[in-house]
Design a protein. Structure first.
Length: 178
């Protein structure tokens, strides 16, 4: 077993889990829900999706050969709600993730200890990947939290339902003993 190969497999699985959680959360939200903000300083789900998209295009395009903060990126515009439809937001969401997975799928073992740059700051490829994993997980957590706020009792949990931890544990133990 090769550590680099396993690392890339694991990190792709983690990104896929985060992507799927975000998609399942967004799917539960209406057009109005996507724009809900608890206050003017907070971001709506629509704005978070725009930001994720912009970040993913910038960071993962030409990942190994150009700075992760592309001159074509307008980060400030990512935080303006220009009333995109849910379909447009979902398309952006999918395109951003596609860009990320294309970059990860093209990485080789030898690339992991190379340096890449984000805003002119050097990072090992492993560090740049971990940085983005943490960044995206935090934003997907925000999307889920907002979803729970706006849907209330209509929210369909994306993890273990409250009061069902013991049942879940038993099911997992049974599954892994077979």
């Amino acid at each position: 077993m090769n550590v680099s190969t396993e690392y890339l497999r694991i990190v792709k699985d983690r990104f896929k889990t985060i992507q799927n959680q975000g998609k399942k959360a967004i799917d539960q939200l209406s057009e109005d829900d996507l724009r809900w903000q608890p206050n003017k300083e907070s971001n709506s789900v629509a704005i978070i999706v725009k930001h994720l998209y912009g970040n993913m295009l910038s960071r993962w395009t030409d990942f190994l050969t150009s700075d992760g903060e592309k001159p074509t990126r307008n980060r400030d515009d990512e935080f303006v709600d220009d009333i995109l439809s849910k379909a447009e937001l979902l398309s952006m969401y999918e395109k951003g993730w596609e860009n990320l997975f294309n970059a990860l799928n093209n990485l080789e073992e030898k690339d992991l200890l190379n340096e890449v740059y984000i805003r002119s700051e050097a990072h090992l490829v492993i560090d740049a990947i971990e940085r983005q994993l943490a960044h995206y997980a935090s934003h997907i957590g925000q999307i889920i939290y907002i979803g729970k706020q706006v849907k209330g009792t209509q929210w369909e949990t994306l993890s273990i339902p409250k009061g069902k931890s013991e049942d879940y544990l038993r099911d997992m133990q049974r599954k892994h003993k077979s």
